[in-house]
Design a protein around this ligand. Sequence first.
Ligand SMILES: [Zn+2]
Length: 703
Amino acid sequence: MKPHLALILLSALAACGGASAPATTVAAPPATNVPATPVAAAEPPAAPPAAPALRGVFASDVDRTADPCTDFFQYANGAWRAAHPIPASQGKWSRRWESGELNKEHMKDLLAEIAAHPGAPKGSADQIVGDFYLACTDEAATDRAGVAPIAPQLAKLDAIKTRADILHAIIDLHAVNIGVAFGVGSQQDPHQPTRVLADVMPSGLGLPERDYYLRPDKRFVEARAKYRAHMAKVFELAGRKQPAAALDAVMALETTFAKAQLDNVAARDPKAHDHPTTFAALGKLAPHVEWAAYLDALHIPHGDASLNVDEPAYMSAVDKALAQTPVATWKTYLTWHLLADAAPFLSTPLVTEAFDFDEAYLAGATEIKPRWKRCAETADLLFGEALGKKYVEKYFSPEAKARMKTMVDNILLATGDTIREAAWMSDATKKRALTKLSTFNPKIGYPDKWKDYASVPVTRDALWEDVLAGRRFVVADDLAQIGKPLDRGRWGMTPPTSNAYYNPQQNEIVFPAGILVAPGFDLGVSDAVNYGSIGVVIGHEVSHGFDDQGAQYDETGALSNWWTPADLTAFQAKGKCVSDQFDGYFIEPGIHHTGKLVLGESIGDLGGVTIAWRGYQRSLAGKPAATIDGFTPEQQFFLGFAQWRGDETRPETQRLMVQGDPHPVAKYRVIGPLSNSPAFAKAFACKPDAAMVRSEATRCTVW
Ligand SMILES: [Zn+2]
């Protein structure tokens, strides 16, 4: 797991200026057969007393002109995609993303209702999220203020004279989650999993990742030129036009940082980040950072305790830059990152410029998200458990939680069957795998204990101050874990989030309420469809426990090998099959997936389909299931999967994903695993030479 601060930084970008965040109004009308309703609305109606018939897949989404055995991605929901172009502010679109955007409409309704009833006690959840939302949606006030809200921070940066001043400026920026030079966050100790350590990590690039600085391909050369022009424009809009040489120096400094970072594939290996270090050794590694001052300022305990340094070579490069790069360059670099980070919260010209680069140029969006949506996303990001508590009260039912729990249980049992039957694995390794499986911790819907935001000062007339207050809380809340025993109750996503995750260090699978909505999960559809959609998500997260990364952690969450050498070799060969398969998937001529980058997610998808399929069979316990709308239960399962996964994706977003996203594009997340699935081929009676059927010689199986 990347430490928390990095996640926060990524999320922060996604909220108001991010490159790949899905978003926008829900433009599509619901299909006639199944409305995209929240779980709460899917409770049984009062009358008639007989249970309503369960619905099946979205039959009208199917492209009947396509052959399921040739291109199942097109067949499953090609008709829906043709009728629902990607909205202007989105990078990708499907019913799944549509439901994610509906969650944001629900957040907006909650926020607007709270904001309409002022007078909540200071420090209460209502006061904090309500006042934040009012400040954030007051576009006229932010326009009037211009860049004045960041004037105090700019003045501090302007006052930098010495190298010691640089460090103090870095501390100030880190305290409000602005990523410059490096980062420090809390991290579970990979060797003593009940402890929490400080973790020092790379940070501080303005482009999406290192290759953008280094690769000679035309599209990266162009991205660098656009980035530099964007930098110039932002400085100009802030009334601080820079000479070309100053911007060149910032590019050169960021390029130095990029060169010193591991590439995306190398960074996937948890062992590449595992460098237990003492504070004394850290001082020797990077002597130009005054560590005691840095750690004291951020209230991070040090002394005899150990910590982890993700990439020591990177910290050496930062140290060298601190010693040698001119103070003036550091000033411009730090100012640039403050401006870039604050731009989405300032006046319209800066908001527009941030959008034009981050979302329009890099991800292909043609229209900025409405302000209310950006504000709801930021409220979720900063005060997610205050807003999330209200969200689950209204939109997540106990019935949904119970049904989800049953599915998770069945899929965990099915995983056990799969492990026991794995002919390629020795009994010794199976025993360890089953022990690990027995310690999986499913979290469903929302945390048992909610964060308390009472200390966060939020007012209804100072957006940037509110953002800073929220970020100070987020950073302090993360850093406060260091030196304490591990708290297993914390969540890495907020309840309204339409996503899920596996955390290998806590061996937990986590499903926020925001993903447990139609069409992923619906109490009104057949089990076949639910197992195909949310069931595969469950199977996917479980499979992450046994992917190229997860398999390196044992049942206690320690980074410790539990495989016999022969079994590890066999497992790695299975991974290579998947990696080779995805190396062959092109998004456009000359640009294809990097199999090793998407390996974990692709093992998750392949294992997810297989395990969820078994879980579904288990749930039937031999009983027959109904054919609905002409689709057999088996067909419903695979269509449920492909309809939920079936994103249309903009070319720009695909290029961004191929470069840095460990997830393949949706088309290959459907075609990749299903073309390895004999159950799929059987369900649609595909011939052995069909495009959707990989031959026995090339078929990949992992779990
Ligand atoms: Zn995943």
